[in-house]
Design a binder for this molecule. Structure first.
Ligand SMILES: [Zn+2]
Length: 406
């Protein structure tokens, strides 16, 4: 009986390994094979040189297709209740988001629905999405809290994230985002809400999370509030990441660099100096092209960040308000077509870049010692991902050495 996480993927016409220290260098091999044991890659190379000991493993012969590392979606809000299709329609009809928010809609309607939902209901709804994401090739996914905005619901959201990781063959990275927006009941007492986030909410949520995130922007938390929250997170063992400068330039990217954030996300309004600071700090820039598409907003220039020496990732930001999108392959296409990245850079950003944005060095790459996560494309080359953006090209998904795709 073989180890269930043991497999040789053979007959690979084009293998993207990302086995290079140079961002954007996909380190492509041809006529290759990948051997996986106990869920971990043990060998990668020319198929004719597959070492004897691995020749007895079960084989997935992909018949000349292309294989890429499993996608790493480094920014999602997939745990939520309800939907906001009406809001989407109104927005396309011309209504401004600020007016919607003032009317108690927008994110606050998702907060109300999520607070009202039980844990099992949240698991069931989110599992549908995460299963689709997995079948579309996402093998590692970050999931944020942030639709509870009270101690109990924030903690419930993080429990749901953990349950998804246990119930589905996807690796879940949990992020505490109590500082997503100031809830309605604290509108006139912001300081009291920041106290709550830094105190009892942090105490309750930190044991269930790896990162602490803050939405640092004009509509959410200012730089001083955000710094306080991120420092409280650090004191609780949570690594910082920031929703930074999406709506306007408030200094959030700079704050991210100053606190040594693992990632700064969105970055629609950053200066060259901000990008230099992120590059210097080693903070990964996570771009979210689905938001620009859904919000009809200008796309941020990911190429500019790349050329400034910043490590770049792309992610879905899957959420019910500004981007209900689940497929990383579509993000690869958008980033290549709309954000200035080359196809190679875009794929690297969706795999290796995402792994670095989550401080998971054994992901988004196929080298001995890395997790056995990969995607078999129904195409001869990874270039088909952006070239054929509306075709489902994912033929099979392997997560930790197990075939989970169709
Ligand atoms: Zn977000």
């Amino acid at each position: 009986v073989s180890d269930p996480g043991a497999l040789v993927v053979g007959g690979i016409g084009e293998l993207v390994t990302n086995a290079s220290d140079v961002p954007g260098d996909l380190a492509v091999l041809h006529d290759a094979a990948v051997a996986i044991e106990a869920g971990t890659v043990v060998w990668v190379g020319d198929e004719t040189r597959l070492p004897g000991p691995y020749r007895g493993l079960p084989v997935l012969d992909v018949a000349g297709r292309a294989v890429v590392p499993g996608f790493v979606d480094a920014h999602t809000h997939v745990v939520f209740a309800g939907d906001r299709a009406d809001e989407f329609a109104r927005r396309l009809g011309g209504e401004r988001y600020e007016d919607r928010l003032a009317a108690g809609g927008g994110i606050l309607s998702t907060v109300a629905a999520t607070r009202a939902a039980g844990e099992d209901e949240l698991v069931a709804q989110a599992a549908d999405r995460v299963e689709r994401m997995l079948r579309a090739g996402t093998t590692t996914i970050e999931i944020k809290s942030g639709y509870g905005l009270d101690v109990e619901t924030e903690r419930r959201m993080l429990r749901v994230a953990h349950r998804l990781g246990h119930e589905l063959p996807v690796d879940v990275v949990a992020t505490f985002l109590g500082a997503h927006v100031v809830p309605a009941e604290y509108r006139d007492r912001r300081d009291a809400y920041v106290d709550l986030v830094c105190g009892p909410m942090m105490d309750a949520c930190a044991p269930l999370a790896e990162f602490c995130d803050v939405f640092c922007d004009e509509a959410a938390f200012d730089v001083d509030e955000s710094r306080r929250i991120l420092e409280a997170g650090i004191a609780h063992g949570l690594r910082p990441r920031v929703h930074a400068d999406q709506l306007s330039r408030v200094g959030a990217a700079r704050l991210a660099a100053e606190v040594g954030a693992v990632a700064a996300d969105h970055l629609d309004h950053v200066s060259d100096e901000d990008l230099a600071a992120l590059a210097e700090a080693g903070t990964v820039a996570v771009f979210l092209p689905g938001v620009s598409l859904s919000m009809r907003a200008p796309y941020p220039d990911a190429r500019r960040a790349w050329d400034a020496g910043v490590t770049v990732a792309i992610a879905t930001d899957c959420n019910p308000g500004t981007a209900w999108m689940e497929r990383m392959s579509f993000m690869v296409a958008l980033a290549a077509i709309e954000m200035g990245l080359t196809p190679s850079q875009s794929l690297w950003a969706a795999t290796r870049g995402g792994a670095l944005a989550l401080a998971r060095p054994d992901r988004g790459r196929l080298m001995p010692g890395d997790r056995g996560d990969l995607v078999v494309l129904d195409a001869p080359s990874h270039l088909h991902i952006p070239y054929r953006p509306d075709t489902d090209l994912v033929g099979a998904v392997v997560a930790a050495g197990r075939v989970v795709g169709r």
